[in-house]
Design a protein around this ligand. Sequence first.
Ligand SMILES: *Cc1c(COP(=O)(O)O)cnc(C)c1O
Length: 245
Amino acid sequence: MSSIAQSLEKIRNRVTVLEHRYGRPAGAVRVLAVSKTKPAEAVRAAAEAGQRDFGENHVQDALSKLDALADLDLVWHFIGPIQSNKTRIVATRFDWVHSLDRTKIASRLSEQRGEDLPPLNVCIQVNVSGEPSKSGIAPAELDAFAQFVAGLPRLKLRGLMTLPRPCDELALQRRPFAALREMLEGLNAGGFGLDTLSMGMTDDMEAAIAEGATIVRIGTAIFGAREPASPSAGPARVSGSRPPG
Ligand SMILES: *Cc1c(COP(=O)(O)O)cnc(C)c1O
């Protein structure tokens, strides 16, 4: 068995244990394998071990992988900041976007989603902890933005995503995830019918599952550590990498 296959098995077992521990139904949490910065062969090894969902955060890096793996039936999720000149690629080559936080980008994705494809699944990224330099919309703007996105014909609003400030303590890690779950419940009380909470990574997966994650986005624990230097290597946005609007 490849080491990627072993890591995947470990993660799946851990998800099962955590679902049980926190009273979640078996199979409630889907693992999204975050393959950013990793080569196509790593994705292929994971696919051979039964993994179908993969996450990328850099359009150009992702494209060569999507092309190299076109023979496989995979589900591709875009999880990074989207520049407006890259929306067409995201709209035509991806199945999901987790990082929607601007009306202009949402409109473009809807306009550019091919008529031959099903609507693009999207999650709104919320900046729960209110960090000024971070992607995601402010909680106060969520209702209006969700209304806007839900009205776009070629997008299917599925839920919310967040990427909180890292912290080590389980109880503290749970707070922003609990806040995101409450926002989802609030939208659903207003009739949105959302089914997705995309939250939790390698280091805070337990907290996210405890608070209701339906998708955990796992990179390091599946593929190993990433090279730190590249701007596409981490969740942090490089300042100035995103045009205004
Ligand atoms: C890189 C990344 C992840 C995965 O992080 P790990 O700590 O490697 O599991 C999850 N979500 C987003 C948005 C990312 O950019």
